[in-house]
Structures are given as structure tokens and as C-alpha cells.
Design a protein around this ligand. Structure first.
Ligand code: TYD
Ligand code: MG
Length: 455
């Protein structure tokens, strides 16, 4: 039988070239050719022939729809983002910056799974067995029965998985694994993709739940998590500032549960501990209100979180800067234009910086109103009143659109002692909320009018 050989596939158009070229000969895109394995013609023929023989069609209603069995990891916050626990044969990708706590969390999870009677395997390519052992002692996991394999060669990892058939295996990290079949270096897009594909196949075939750890590289669009998202069942990302104690784990994709669910952890001396009531951790503690700060209630997943949005508006040079941390930069530009056109607040010659406190990332447009109000407050140099919150999406026409589940957001804010709220009209509660004055607005101008009265 002819041997499989190496070819180069274009990332853009899918065209094939027998050798590496800087420019794709088919679509002329630069630097898009990626090493891959071409299966020999006879192998392909055989594969298709066998598929044709075995393919069987079933009527959808005849197929038994069984709910997936989940194995809780014993860490409530992790189970929450996983949709209840690990799923047999499921593949989870967990991404995040180096040093944020991926290895720590997974070692803790494997240990509790092992203690609950599951067989586990921790494949470490980044650290030696001794380093993993050192971490487990630090975590207080004495007499841990988690099995450790220090290996980076894919073929050996696959063979071990096949022999030992663990219930749950962690590959830490996918960027260190390499396959003999490809000549490119470990960590390259080709290697990462090929290795993840093999491991995914192995998970489905054996029923082992596999967790792949992926580092987010500097560019963000990495030879790592991003290129694998479509292959796996669940994608989790770590968020948070490595300097602060809190870490968020967010589900970006989940075939077995809800997306956008978040788990909140605190990094302690003994590893990551779940934070079961996280709503107030993203507020910086000012004793008195300061200009340029507005609290919003974000609701991603099932729990409302109060997050402080900070703005600094300062006179800039000829081309003023717009910078945002944790919020969408393009949206900031749009909100500044709306603020100018519809509320007469001009920041054209000013540098504008905005930040979501605590390293949390806010994707939902319900942050718009708080961003606008914090900018106005900073520009005017006057603080918003004590106990003030705002949320709501803002449109280009200056309208304020409702945020989903507004009542829940308001109730959470009231519970934490917030007393004044500016919210979209459609989110105004039918019954008053005790201890809270609510200003329901339809347009940006009205929101500005309210704070003018309050400032
Ligand atoms: P780690 O899990 O190694 O990060 P990753 O695998 O995502 O690269 O976490 C490393 C950081 O966590 C390191 O800065 C030390 C800190 N840490 C603690 O604060 N407490 C602990 O108990 C442990 C094990 C680590
Ligand atoms: Mg690590």
C-alpha cells in the first residue's frame, strides 16, 4: 500500500500544493499554506468503499434520544460551565493566558474525580512529573491517585489512552503535543490541529472524556484554542487579571449545555476555590463616588454580576486615542458618536480610555449606557451619585433598547444596596422595587437629563 505523504493545504481556499510556498498557487493569499497529511489514493479508496457498504439511514424519530450522562467534577463552578459535568467521549477545550490557573484547576478536578472512583490520566507536556507532584502537594492533595504521564508524542499518548482507557484524561497542553507524521514544529497550527483531531477521534471511539489545555498566545488568534474551537464539544476560556485574585471561566461553546455561562473562582494559597456568590467582586471599593465610574449589571449565563465601568477622558493630541479594556473598542467609537450627535457631549479632541474593573470581559451591549454615563461623568469631572447603576443597549439613532431579564438585574442591584437606576423603558418593573428609585428612559437624551439632575 502506498504511504501517506505530506502535502500543504491552503487555510483560505483549501487548495493543495505538493510543496510549501509563501503564496497559495490557487488563491494567491500569502502565508496560508499549512502542512497536512495526504492519505494515499488506495487508502482513500478503501475508506470510501467501506463507508459505502456500512452506511445506514435511520428515521429521526426512530433514533433513541438519550440524555447524556454527566459526571460532576466535584467543583460546582466548573460543573456549572460544563453544563453539569464531564460527558463520556466529550472533548473540552480550555484556553487562557499562561499562568492564569488552567493546570491548577484541572489537577484539582482530576483529583476529585479520581477520589469519586473515576479513573483519570493527566498528560503533562509542559512540566515534569516532579513539578506536577509539587503542585499537588501545594494544593493539599495528599495521596492523590491521579495517574500522570509525562509525554509529548501523540502516538504514544494515543497508545496509552487506548491501553488504560481512563474515564477522564487531561492533555496539558495541546501545543506541546506533536505527531511524528508531520515535520513542522510542536505548537504550529498544523501540529495542533492534527493532534487535536486524533485525540478527538480517540475520545469518541473510547468514551474517554478528554480535556485539552490551550494557551492563548500573544496574538490572540493563536496556533491554539481558536483553531480548535470547531472540533471540540465544549470551549471554555479563562478570563481575569492575573494580578487580581478572581478568575472567570466562561463557556463560549457547549454542545452539552448553555453558552455564556460563567464560573467564578478565587486563586488562593491552596489552589482555585469556587465563589458561589460573586455578584459584587468586580466593584472597586471607593469610599466616596469618583468621577468617571458607573456600575452596571451584566447578566451572562444565569447569574447577574455587578461590574464597575471606569472612564478617563483627558485632552488628547491631534489624533486622540480611544482605548478599551474588557469592552469592545469599535463599540466605544460608536457610542462616542452617538453621545455627540444625540446628547451634545463632544469628546473629539479628547483621549478616551475605558475599563471594566477586575479583568472581566463584557460582550453584551447592555453595557452601553454605563459606558456613556461614565464618559460623561469623567468629562465633566463630576461623580455619579452614590448607589447608582445603569444598563441598556444604545442604538445609532439614540434610542435606548431593553436588556434581557432586566428585573433580575435590578433586583440583584437592590440586594447589594444600590438605590438609583437608569434603565431602558421596557425594563422598568411593574411593581416598584423597595429602596430603589428607577428612571426609565427611551432615549439617550433622557438618560443625560436624568444624570444632569443627579450630578
Ligand atoms: P497554573 O495553573 O500553572 O497556570 P496555567 O496552567 O494556566 O499556566 O497557575 C499558576 C499560577 O497560580 C501561579 O502564578 C501560581 C498560582 N498558584 C496559586 O496562587 N496558588 C496555588 O495553590 C497554585 C497551585 C498556584
Ligand atoms: Mg499550565
Amino acid at each position: 500500500m502506498a504511504k501517506d505523504k505530506t502535502i500543504y493545504t491552503c487555510n483560505e481556499c483549501g487548495g493543495i500544493s505538493p510543496k510549501w510556498l509563501g503564496k497559495c498557487p490557487h488563491c494567491n493569499a500569502w502565508n496560508t499554506l499549512i502542512e497536512s497529511v495526504a492519505h494515499s489514493e488506495s487508502a482513500v479508496k478503501n475508506r470510501f468503499a467501506s463507508l459505502a457498504k456500512t452506511a445506514e439511514i435511520a428515521v429521526l424519530s426512530d433514533i433513541e434520544a438519550s440524555d447524556v450522562d454527566r459526571t460532576p467534577t466535584g467543583h460546582e463552578e466548573l460543573d456549572r460551565v460544563l453544563g453539569g459535568g464531564m460527558v463520556e467521549g466529550g472533548v473540552v477545550l480550555i484556553g487562557g493566558d499562561p499562568g492564569i490557573g488552567k493546570s491548577t484547576l484541572l489537577l484539582q478536578a482530576l483529583d476529585s474525580l479520581q477520589r469519586s472512583g473515576k479513573s483519570t490520566l493527566y498528560v503533562t507536556g509542559e512540566e515534569s512529573g516532579a513539578q506536577v507532584a509539587l503542585r499537588s502537594r501545594r494544593l493539599g492533595l495528599d495521596h492523590s491517585q491521579v495517574r500522570v504521564l509525562a509525554e509529548i508524542q501523540l502516538e504514544k499518548i494515543l497508545a496509552t489512552l487506548d491501553t488504560h482507557r481512563p474515564d477522564v484524561a487531561v492533555i496539558d497542553s495541546i501545543q506541546t503535543v506533536y505527531s511524528e507524521q508531520l515535520t513542522s514544529a510542536p505548537g504550529s497550527v498544523a501540529q495542533v490541529r492534527e493532534c487535536a483531531a486524533h485525540l478527538t477521534r480517540a475520545a469518541k471511539a473510547s468514551g474517554t472524556a478528554i480535556v485539552l489545555v490551550g494557551h492563548v498566545t500573544k496574538e490572540g488568534a493563536l496556533a491554539g484554542p481558536r483553531v480548535l474551537e470547531h472540533m471540540v464539544d465544549t470551549v471554555l476560556y479563562f478570563e481575569g487579571d492575573t494580578h487580581s485574585q478572581f478568575r472567570l471561566v466562561r463557556a463560549i461553546k457547549n454542545r452539552f449545555g448553555a453558552v455564556n455561562e460563567i464560573g467564578v473562582f478565587a486563586m488562593t494559597e491552596k489552589g482555585l476555590k469556587g465563589v458561589s456568590n460573586p455578584s459584587a467582586i468586580f466593584l472597586s471599593q471607593h469610599s466616596e463616588p469618583v468621577p468617571g465610574s458607573c456600575v452596571m449589571v451584566t447578566l451572562e449565563g444565569t447569574r447577574p454580576l455587578l461590574v464597575e465601568i471606569q472612564a478617563l477622558v483627558d485632552s488628547g493630541g491631534p489624533s486622540p486615542r480611544r482605548l478599551s479594556v474588557g469592552l469592545d473598542k469599535d463599540r466605544l467609537a460608536m457610542l462616542l458618536a452617538v453621545l455627540h450627535r444625540h446628547a451634545g457631549v463632544a469628546c473629539m479632541d479628547q483621549d478616551v480610555f475605558i475599563n471594566a474593573v477586575g479583568g472581566v470581559r463584557i460582550g453584551e451591549p447592555a453595557a452601553d449606557l454605563a459606558v456613556m454615563l461614565s464618559i460623561t461623568s469623567s468629562l465633566r469631572g463630576k461623580p455619579l451619585p452614590k448607589g447608582f447603576i445603569a444598563f441598556g443597549e444604545v442604538g445609532l439613532a439614540g434610542e435606548v433598547r431593553p436588556a434581557p431579564r432586566g428585573q433580575e438585574r435590578l433586583k440583584e442591584a437592590a440586594k447589594l444596596g444600590f438605590s438609583v437606576a437608569v434603565v431602558p423603558k421596557a425594563n422598568a418593573p411593574k411593581k416598584p422595587i423597595e429602596g430603589m428609585t428607577i428612571h426609565a428612559v427611551d432615549r439617550v437624551e433622557e438618560a443625560m437629563e436624568v444624570v444632569r439632575g443627579l450630578l
